[in-house]
Design a protein around this ligand. Sequence first.
Ligand SMILES: Nc1nc2c([nH]c(=O)n2[C@H]2C[C@H](O)[C@@H](COP(=O)(O)OP(=O)(O)OP(=O)(O)O)O2)c(=O)[nH]1
Length: 136
Amino acid sequence: METDKKIINVVAAVICDNINTPKKIFATQRGYGEFKGGWEFPGGKVEEGETPQEALKREIMEELATEIKVGDYIKTVEYDYPKFHLSMQCFWCEVVSGNLELKEHEAARWLQKEQIYEVEWLPADVSLVEKIRQIV
Ligand SMILES: Nc1nc2c([nH]c(=O)n2[C@H]2C[C@H](O)[C@@H](COP(=O)(O)OP(=O)(O)OP(=O)(O)O)O2)c(=O)[nH]1
């Protein structure tokens, strides 16, 4: 990793049907910006003073108008994009209330194990997706 590169700290929610026995995961397609059209796990940048869990709950409420429960930590993705270094903490999550309305995203899909590579994941997500595929 280049030392002069900006580090962006992000949290991502792997929203699943059931946190104890996940069989389906919720993927979203970015609706704007540099990575528009790429598929990801909803989430975003952690703000100062927030825990990762607080950041995730805030982001999912903003992006999907949905309240989530944040469960176990999955992994932290470290990925060097040309313009920044991404450090992304990922957690299993479950819907508590709300309907996963797409406020910012272009599209969304619930994916089962065998469908997981049907969408074009952002480059940073590939290692996470592989780990999840071994679990669901
Ligand atoms: N939320 C999320 N971001 C991801 C994933 N994979 C990945 O490379 N990213 C990148 C895309 C963005 O550069 C960054 C997330 O920041 P963000 O969601 O706040 O995105 P943004 O650039 O639209 O920020 P902003 O305009 O809202 O400030 O991390 C992922 O699975 N989920």
